[in-house]
Design a protein around this ligand. Sequence first.
Ligand SMILES: CC(C)(COP(=O)(O)OP(=O)(O)OC[C@H]1O[C@@H](n2cnc3c(N)ncnc32)[C@H](O)[C@@H]1OP(=O)(O)O)[C@@H](O)C(=O)NCCC(=O)NCCS
Length: 299
Amino acid sequence: MTNLRIRAVEAGDLIPVDLPAPRPDVDGARWRRTRVAVADGQIVGIASVALSAATDSYFCEVEVVPGHRRRGIGTQLYAAVHRLTDPRFPVLARAMDSFPLRRRFAEALGCSVVTRCPAPWIDPPTPAAESWATGQQAPAGYRTTVIGDRPLAIVKDAWASSFAWVHRAFGAVHIDRIPQMWDQYSKGVDPAASAVAVDRNQTIVAFSLVSPDAWDGRTFIVAETAHPDQAHGTQVLGATVATSVTVLARRGTRRVQLEGHTTDRHTPDVMRSLPAVGSDPMDILRLEPPPAVSRGGCR
Ligand SMILES: CC(C)(COP(=O)(O)OP(=O)(O)OC[C@H]1O[C@@H](n2cnc3c(N)ncnc32)[C@H](O)[C@@H]1OP(=O)(O)O)[C@@H](O)C(=O)NCCC(=O)NCCS
């Protein structure tokens, strides 16, 4: 490709409508870098790489305008942002089944699957979903409740505990940095539809956190038990998710996606029990560094 330049975003850059708005470079715990590809004075691609501080890993996104694809621009953008990362930490990317190009591109770079999230959808206001929700009863000694008017922060410790054990399967977890991630994530969570399960001591043992219209018109539910060895974990979790589903059914909310990792013992069981109307499975892929591009393939 002649005349291609990859550089940082500059004031006054015109970003084409089919590219995402550039996210600013950030230092520190939420380190992030964005680079653009410029061909003949026009921005034709964008890549960003962001540190996930609590897990010593990066997430990478690359996007090229349709008219300039398959000319190596995406590969060059990836190489440019990869060069800016700490080589000790892996660079990860998300590949949803609904976006097959992401996977093709990642396979060309060389990648391995870290985890697969089945991501089933349900439509809460349907008889099948309502019947599923009604069938999810909390075991004796537990009760579920919508967070409602209470501060959302009541679930912070349970979320942090679950974040730590779920992500430990992928590597080091910095417990001290999890609160920052909560602050960021919890901004999009709706307490009126989110639910918790508590035991006899009123300790929160599971949660179902609802982010309305989180992406692509879908509402996301992130649900986990606070601890991996939770007694009756699947039943407790199912009842917690059902509490959220009941609220969403009343609202008429459709396309509700249950998020979760298959490394968890309970979430896959709850997912299997759902009357799913579809799914958009997502792989978290570990991308090879640029010198390995020619190897290709996805292990
Ligand atoms: C994925 C994307 C960034 C690729 O950009 P690009 O500039 O076309 O990528 P490259 O030209 O460097 O392609 C590198 C290799 O990826 C694979 N690839 C890219 N697009 C492909 C496609 N449409 N079909 C099959 N393979 C494809 C090919 O192996 C390609 O090598 P080749 O052209 O020599 O066969 C671009 O298609 C895009 O913006 N898609 C939408 C957003 C997206 O899914 N981003 C990925 C997030 S990480």
